[in-house]
Write a protein that binds this ligand. Structure first.
Ligand code: PMP
Length: 407
């Protein structure tokens, strides 16, 4: 099937606007959050206007309908990740909450003094700080898998770091700064040889790579709905059932219980044990619409167009004198982090904004990567399948124009 980018784009009216007088918006900040197609906005609005009722508890029709819709999204997430059953899918606010859930709950039963947790130098702060704090609480040790000049993990060092002390390995599927797609299947296999559990931060993976948690054999896979055309405040934690069963609850309250007396509380079954209080069912229903939307195009078609656009952009941008790219692996998602000699990234971001381009600048929630390259920050253009080659051309022209201002 040939991909019609204009047709795909037409579902995102937000893209069709002038952000300043006479400046057409070019949205290249998709790694921060993607835009939402009309069907997602409609699904959320319809539920708010017609159906709203608190799920899992009401006897009335609206509550029942909302419950069915919310649980149907769990089935969709089960399917897109190829989890073996719906009990393995817990809804959360997003990647950050999912990682915190695992680090607290698994950490409680699985980490002891002297144990080791491996993260990589490529991680977002969300996949560093929760593990660091767990280590501090338990007297465990955080170890780091470094990356090479291309932004790829040094697998030989990783293998040397593994030992019987290694209890958890937490790495991302794809880096939000360098775009590197990590060899997670290999990492998971090696970590399992030492009996460690593996958590994959799929925030930048789920929308851009094939995900099959059974084939990968990862123990946890987490992602955020808002980076996958869904609403903010949605996300999921996949965990192997037998591990989730053993993990104690993270947050407590209504819905996650079976019985409560002043003496004792017993907990609900999976996945509800990890979903206390009123879930964000409205937005989860919006996420369901987003997943259907992606399905209707075929994720692989969207990924193929993004890759074509990314390669087109790289060929073009390499022509800019004095441009430096961060992350040059051959296996990347459509993330381009760069610097231009003599232009501070904040100036670049501000001037790009004035010309209509939305990009991200700064440290991108990844201080260790900035320290590795010894830079204060970078500029990041991150692509999505609704972006076009014309937008890339305009971006190239804009960078040349800005560069001229600094000579
Ligand atoms: N990990 C990675 C790789 C990310 O890119 C992000 C978001 N930038 C996060 C974790 C955190 O995601 P969220 O803020 O949606 O919880």
């Amino acid at each position: 099937m040939s991909f019609d980018v204009q047709e795909f784009r037409s579902h995102f009216p937000i893209l069709d606007q002038q952000i300043y007088p006479k400046k057409d918006l070019v949205y290249f900040d998709n790694a921060a959050t993607t835009q939402k197609p009309c069907c997602v906005l409609d699904a959320v609005e319809r539920y708010m206007m017609k159906v709203n009722g608190n799920i899992h508890r009401g006897t009335h029709k609206m509550a029942a309908e909302a419950t069915v819709a919310y649980e149907a999204v769990r089935d969709q997430v089960t399917k897109i990740l190829n989890a073996s059953c719906r009990e393995e899918v817990v809804f959360t606010k997003g990647t950050t909450e999912s990682i915190n859930l695992v680090s607290y709950s698994l950490g409680e039963i699985w980490i002891n003094e002297g144990d080791e947790i491996l993260v990589s130098e490529l991680e977002h702060h969300a996949n560093i700080v929760p593990w660091q704090m767990l280590c501090q609480r338990k007297g465990a040790v955080l170890k780091v898998i470094p990356f090479n000049e291309k932004g790829e993990l040094k697998l030989d060092v990783f293998e040397n770091l593994l030992s019987d002390k290694t209890k958890i390995v937490a790495v991302n599927h794809a880096s939000n700064v360098l775009g590197t797609i990590n060899p997670i299947e290999y990492i998971i296999g090696k970590a399992h040889e030492y009996g460690a559990y593996v958590l994959i931060d799929g925030a930048q993976g789920v929308g851009h790579c094939e995900v099959d948690v059974q084939k990968l054999d990862c123990d946890f896979y987490v992602f955020s709905g808002h980076k996958y055309y869904g609403p903010t405040g949605t996300g999921a934690l996949y965990g192997k059932k037998e591990i989730l069963e053993r993990m104690p609850p993270f947050m407590t309250g209504g819905e996650m219980i079976e019985t409560v007396t002043f003496k004792e509380t017993t907990f609900n079954v999976l996945p509800y044990k990890f979903e206390p209080g009123t879930p964000n069912y409205t937005d989860v229903i919006g996420l369901g619409a987003a997943l259907n939307f992606v399905d209707s195009y075929g994720k692989s078609n969207l990924v193929a167009w993004e890759l074509e656009l990314f390669q087109y952009a790289m060929v073009k941008l390499k022509n800019i004198e004095g441009i430096r790219f961060f992350g040059t692996s051959d296996n990347k998602v459509g993330i381009i982090s760069f610097a231009i000699d003599g232009v501070h990234h904040f100036d670049l971001g501000t001037l790009l904004d004035q010309l209509g381009f939305a990009v991200r600048t700064g440290r991108l929630c990844a201080d260790p990567i900035m320290d590795h390259f010894d830079v204060q920050g970078v500029t990041r253009a991150s692509l999505a399948p609704y972006n076009t080659k014309e937008e890339v051309d305009r971006f190239y022209e804009a960078l040349l124009r800005i560069q001229q201002m600094f000579v």
